[in-house]
Each structure stands twice: as C-alpha cells, then as structure tokens.
Design a protein around this ligand. Structure first.
Ligand SMILES: NC(=O)c1ccc[n+]([C@@H]2O[C@H](COP(=O)([O-])OP(=O)(O)OC[C@H]3O[C@@H](n4cnc5c(N)ncnc54)[C@H](O)[C@@H]3O)[C@@H](O)[C@H]2O)c1
Length: 255
C-alpha cells in the first residue's frame, strides 16, 4: 500500500530512542524527510546518521520539550531545515514514578512527569501550527499516549494521569484543528520493548524473552503512528488507537 507520504517533511520527537527512533527510521524508509528532536542530541544525531547511510534524509536538533523557549527554537530550526513541516509525530516521554504510591511522590517529580509527557506534547504543536497550516499536503499529527490513558495498573498513577491528559489533548486538538484540515490521532500501546519500559519494569538480562505477557517492538508502534498521519486514514480523527493484543477486549466473566 502506498502511504502517500514520500517527499513530505516530518518532525519526530523523542527520536533518539525507542519508539521515536523506530518511527524516524520507518518514515525515512517511506521517503519522508525527517527532523529528529530529542533532549539527547548525540542519540538523535546517531540515528540521523544511520538514516542518511541507508539513503534517507534526516537532521537532528536538541530540544527540551518541557521548556517553551527551547521548543520554540527547535521547531523554528526544524521548519527551516527542509523548508516546512507537514507531519508531527510526538513520541518523547518519561516514566519515572512507576512503583510509587501517590503519598510517596513529591510535587516537583509529579510536575516533571507532566512537564515532559503533557506540556512536551502540546508545545511542539503550538509552535509547528503555522507550518502545518501552510503545508500543501494533508498535514497530520500522531502522538504516543499509552494504554495507561485508559486502564490503570497498580502504583502508576502519575504516569496514567499524564497519559489520560494526552488522550484528551489529542481529542481537543482534533476538534480545534479540524477547520485547518489537520488531523490529530494517538496510539495507546501496552508494553513496548524500549529503554523506558525496561527501566520502569526492571527488565535486565535476557530482555523480555521470559515474561508471560506480550510485548510490542518499537517498529510495531512506528507503523501505527505512520499509518495515522498517512492520507490512507483520512477520515480517522481524534482517535485513540489501542494496541494491546486484545487484552482490554476481555471481560472478567468467569468462563
Ligand atoms: N515503552 C513502553 O512500554 C510504552 C508504552 C506505552 C507508551 N509509551 C510512550 O511512548 C513514548 C516513547 O517512549 P519509549 O518507550 O520509546 O521511551 P525511550 O526512553 O526509549 O524514548 C523516549 C525519548 O524521549 C526523549 N526525551 C525525554 N525527555 C525529553 C525532553 N524533555 N525533551 C525532549 N526529548 C525528551 C528521551 O531522551 C528519549 O530519547 C513515551 O511517550 C512513552 O510514555 C511507551
């Protein structure tokens, strides 16, 4: 299937690692020019170099997405890199409070989680809007939320609250940007094999090989994020695409 993205320009956040890294590569393989944003510039540059070696077009820029000035400057530089922005794919995020009860979390740590996971998804949209509005393509945004936006696990309240906010950010943006023909959707994955989930879940040697639950590859989520910015999903807007192997489809009916 032709995803009709070739020659477009995408900005991918969190592109130095995990899902963002895989998504930048996937988009580049589709012929998209990719600007990789990350607070870890070295990692983003390394990924951009790999994309270039594989024949793609990529550039890397450092940003702290929780900071308004940093994000404004990075998005302006990104728009100047290839001459515009057609697509935003927002993958940056942190999970630093898993395993803590709400009475064990300090306000600064709570705010930091929201600063990256929520403000860090809104700010790039704010600053990219003029470019997205000026795009000659079907501009679109896809965001990584989480199944934690919909279902709670024990001792993960702060992260879940941020992801619930990202889900409603997606819907609010979809409604507000509909007059501009800019679609906004999100993906809500269960566990994905990335440095973030390994750190949060204490996965060390052997990786996920011996766990008794299913785990996505970052490439799985890269495909879904890409599909949601493609014109092939033109009538899907404000949608949370749940990728959880069907777990949430099952009731607790004893059978
Ligand atoms: N891994 C999972 O199981 C899983 C499941 C559901 C949702 N998610 C979400 O997917 C997204 C990507 O996570 P991942 O698992 O690929 O994690 P990751 O840690 O591998 O990658 C996250 C990237 O975001 C960057 N980042 C962090 N703070 C930043 C900031 N302030 N400014 C700019 N960049 C920053 C990091 O440097 C890193 O490169 C996150 O939003 C995460 O919450 C992950």
């Amino acid at each position: 299937m032709d995803l009709q993205l070739a020659e477009g320009i995408a900005v991918v956040t969190g592109a130095g690692s995990g899902i963002g890294r895989a998504t930048a590569k996937y988009l580049a393989a589709e012929g998209v020019k990719v600007v990789l944003l990350d607070i870890d510039l070295e990692a983003a540059e390394q990924n951009a170099r790999e994309i270039s070696t594989e024949g793609g077009q990529a550039a890397a820029i450092r940003v702290d997405l929780s900071d308004e000035n940093s994000t404004g400057e990075a998005i302006a530089e990104a728009a100047a890199t290839f001459g515009g922005i057609d697509y935003l794919v927002l993958c940056a995020g942190i999970s630093t409070l898993f395993g803590k009860g709400v009475d064990e979390i300090g306000a600064a740590a709570w705010d930091r989680e929201f600063g990256v996971n929520v403000r860090g998804q809104w700010l790039p949209v704010k600053f990219a809007l003029p470019s997205l509005r000026a795009s000659s393509r079907a501009a679109a945004i896809s965001i990584v939320a989480s199944d934690s936006a919909l279902f709670a696990a024990p001792l993960n309240t702060a992260y879940e609250a941020t992801k619930g906010a990202v889900l409603m950010l997606t819907k609010g943006l979809a409604v507000d940007l509909r007059p501009d023909n800019i679609r906004v959707n999100c993906v809500c994955p269960s566990v994905v094999d990335t440095p973030q989930s390994r750190a949060a879940l204490g996965i060390v040697e052997g990786g996920y090989a011996n766990v008794d639950y299913p785990v996505h590859s970052p490439e799985d989520i890269a495909r879904y994020l890409t599909l949601l910015i493609s014109p092939v999903t033109a009538t899907i807007n404000g949608h949370p695409l749940v990728a959880d192997f069907g777990y949430s489809a099952q009731s607790n009916f004893p059978a």
